[in-house]
Design a protein around this ligand. Structure first.
Ligand SMILES: Cc1cc2nc3c(=O)[nH]c(=O)nc-3n(C[C@H](O)[C@H](O)[C@H](O)COP(=O)(O)OP(=O)(O)OC[C@H]3O[C@@H](n4cnc5c(N)ncnc54)[C@H](O)[C@@H]3O)c2cc1C
Length: 305
């Protein structure tokens, strides 16, 4: 492994990294997909909204993807954690936690995002089973159900109208000061949305299905589902460590082809966008792969001509 210089090391084997590997494998590039296998959606049983795969188990999605990519022999899978990167465009060296050194001309960060600790007692038990983060992913399954949404401030004024497309039976728990203006509070009242700002004491559930949200002031809000907005961080510190510019929200700053400010380094998927959906990540993986392939081909063309 140490002696081979891969064209691209893809760090992260979720939908973004795997689709990039498929495109680059078909383009006859030598690819190492380094993936430790800890995707953000590991908590969920079904992934929705991916045409031809609606409702698939996330693990099954990856299995099928790897099987398809295995048809292209220049793609190698490395089930390890990348812990450091040195070098520059044309020759990067990646060290893995397990002690391997992988050399590549270019890097693609497809490292996804990670949730910060959830912080509300009982939330971990229901996360991915009846508490979700994205109504496009899981709103259909909770349509017309009584829901609690745990959001505050400006985000709430986006989330409340959004969730009303799936159910009008929802209560807002801001888990502390609501951070709303009087006008925003009046808007919620006009739409008859109950609003509680008492901190959440706990979430009661039965086999992963939420039963009620219990507030510090003693209020209980019965419900069958929750949507909340966790705080996110980039799936790996490596993009920042190698000098990639990051947004305040922790995403890698890229151009429309996934190029970062560091020559030879690209990023795709959740790590480099705000549309946290598998098909969007896969699509970005494909676009970025084509851009990287183009750069590699042009470099070879110019070297040889
Ligand atoms: C609860 C939940 C439910 C969801 N449901 C849906 C749904 O129904 N439909 C939908 O479209 N989307 C859903 N999503 C969003 C979807 O999971 C993401 O948009 C998608 O997985 C992003 O793909 P990605 O390839 O960018 O990152 P990920 O799928 O997160 O993959 C990143 C990979 O990189 C690996 N990695 C990170 N750092 C390193 C490193 N240093 N070395 C090696 N490997 C590394 C991680 O372990 C992981 O395997 C859901 C998300 C959550 C949290």
């Amino acid at each position: 492994m140490e002696k081979q210089l891969f064209d691209v090391a893809i760090i992260g084997g979720g939908p973004a990294g795997l689709n990039a590997a498929l495109v680059l494998g078909r383009a006859r590039k030598h690819i190492a997909v380094i993936d430790e296998g800890r995707p953000r959606n590991a908590v969920t049983r079904e992934a929705h909204g991916f045409l031809t795969r609606d409702g698939i188990r996330p693990g099954e999605f990856r299995r099928i993807a790897k099987e398809e990519i295995s048809a292209y022999p220049s793609v190698r899978f490395v089930a390890e954690t990348a812990v450091s990167i040195a070098g520059t465009d044309g020759r990067f060296q990646i060290e893995t936690e397990q002690g391997q050194t992988i050399a590549s001309k270019k890097i693609l960060f497809a490292v996804g995002m990670k949730d910060r600790p959830l912080g509300i007692p009982g939330l971990a038990e229901v996360y991915g089973k009846s508490a979700f983060v994205c109504p496009y992913c899981d709103g259909w399954e909770l349509r017309d159900q009584p829901l609690v949404i745990i959001v505050k401030g400006a985000g709430l004024m986006h989330f409340a109208p959004l969730i009303s497309g799936w159910t009008n039976r929802f209560t807002v728990c801001t888990n502390g000061p609501d951070e709303l203006t009087d006008t925003q509070r009046e808007e919620l009242q006009r739409h008859q949305v109950p609003l509680y700002d008492s901190p959440i004491r706990s979430i009661d559930s039965n086999e992963g299905i939420v039963q009620q949200v219990v507030l510090e002031d003693g209020t209980t809000v019965p419900c069958r589902g929750i949507f909340f907005q966790p705080e996110l961080v980039t799936g790996s510190d490596l993009p920042r460590a190698i000098g990639c510019q990051m947004t305040e929200a922790g995403a890698v700053v890229v151009d429309e082809f996934g190029k970062t400010n560091v020559p030879g380094v690209y990023s795709a998927g959740d790590a480099a966008s705000r549309m946290y959906q598998a098909i969007a990540a896969a699509s970005m993986g494909a676009i970025v792969a084509a851009a990287m392939n183009n750069e590699l081909n042009m470099e070879a063309w110019n070297r040889n001509g």
